[in-house]
Write a protein that binds this ligand. Structure first.
Ligand code: NDP
Length: 297
């Protein structure tokens, strides 16, 4: 019999989006401020096109301004940098997001670091990375921020908990570890060179999986009662119809649900929170730039 509470990211994200919408209304009414998000897509990667469409739709639904820049795959780095400069200087744009990955001829780090750190809605700029790791106020990457919000909702204070983050990417693993450390967890970051990953995972009160390998974290790697956050999104062939695909996480959900205290499903866990946090970040940026108090979100 399954024991774990399923943390429903769809419902959680819906509640965040409702608070975002209220915040936008009060900023418009009280300060005449309309938060604006610019999304830049270079090329025609199908997955990126889907993400960008969803971001635009949800930005508009929240009552915010959406600025869409779809550029040809052959766009030069210089032209992209000049668009970023234009957006940095545009007072109606408060958040800038450059959809990754960029084509090979463009240096992604250079482009991200050209964004005004105050408008860095994704929190990937080196200055914001430094701010997060030194405990200063900055912009925080959306996916780990969403994970943290769900963890705090589930557990209340995280202080003193053993947290294991599997994965050390700049967009998920490292910022997740920094956020958990900020909450006074005892944090271990695991990666492809980690010895005895299973044993390490078994020590975790909070286990965050951000690897990109389908169901690699087994049920018996989970400490009884632990809270498991599965960031992974992996497409695998359906059992009955191998030509079709289904999404699974990095955790063997069917086995882990028997042992964990709470767990996020895939799909419908962390995924929906990422865009909700992007909208939230854009409002945070707008308030800081306009020097007005941030409405509760
Ligand atoms: P990366 O490929 O950038 O990083 C993967 C990490 O996993 C690396 O640090 C790697 O270690 C580690 N790793 C790989 N193999 C193993 C192994 N056998 N044992 C332990 N660690 C291992 O991935 P991302 O962080 O970008 O994404 C991770 C997953 O999260 C993907 O499935 C992605 O699709 C998903 N994702 C979901 C989002 C959402 O909105 N829900 C947003 C972003 C990502 P090493 O550094 O040593 O190579």
């Amino acid at each position: 019999m399954a024991n774990a509470t399923i943390i429903d990211g769809k419902i959680f994200a819906e509640a965040v989006r409702a608070r975002v919408k209220d915040a936008v209304t009060s900023l418009k009414n009280d300060h005449g401020l309309i938060p604006g998000l610019a999304v830049v897509l270079v090329g025609e990667d199908p997955a990126s096109q889907v993400y960008v469409r969803n971001k635009k739709k949800q930005t508009v639904e929240a009552g915010m301004a959406s600025f869409d820049h779809q550029l040809d795959v052959a766009t030069s780095e210089a032209d992209l940098l000049s668009l970023i400069e234009q957006l940095n200087n545009d007072p109606s744009v408060h958040g800038i997001l450059v959809q990754l990955p960029l084509p090979d001829h463009i240096d992604s780090e250079k482009v991200i670091d050209a964004i005004d750190p105050k408008k860095d809605a994704d929190g990937f700029h080196t200055i914001n990375v430094g701010r997060l790791s030194t405990g200063k106020k900055g912009m925080v990457p959306c996916t780990p921020l969403g994970c943290l919000m769900m963890l705090k909702d589930q557990l209340g204070s995280l202080a003193g908990k053993n947290a294991v983050v599997v994965g050390r990417s700049n967009i998920v693993g490292k910022p997740m570890a920094a956020l958990l450390l900020r909450e006074s967890c005892t944090v271990t970051v695991a990666h492809s060179r980690t010895h005895d990953l299973a044993g390490l995972c078994r020590s975790a009160d909070i286990l965050v999986a951000a690897v990109g390998l389908p169901e690699m974290i087994k049920g018996d790697w989970v400490k009884p009662g632990a809270t498991v956050i599965d960031v992974g999104i992996n497409r695998i062939p359906k059992r009955e119809e191998p030509k079709k695909f289904r999404l699974v996480g990095d955790v063997d959900f069917a086995a882990a649900i028997e042992i964990a205290g709470a767990i996020t499903p895939v799909p419908g866990g962390v995924g929906p929170m990422t865009i909700a946090c992007l909208l939230r970040n854009t409002i945070t940026a707008a308030c800081r730039i306009a020097e007005v108090d941030e409405p509760p979100m």
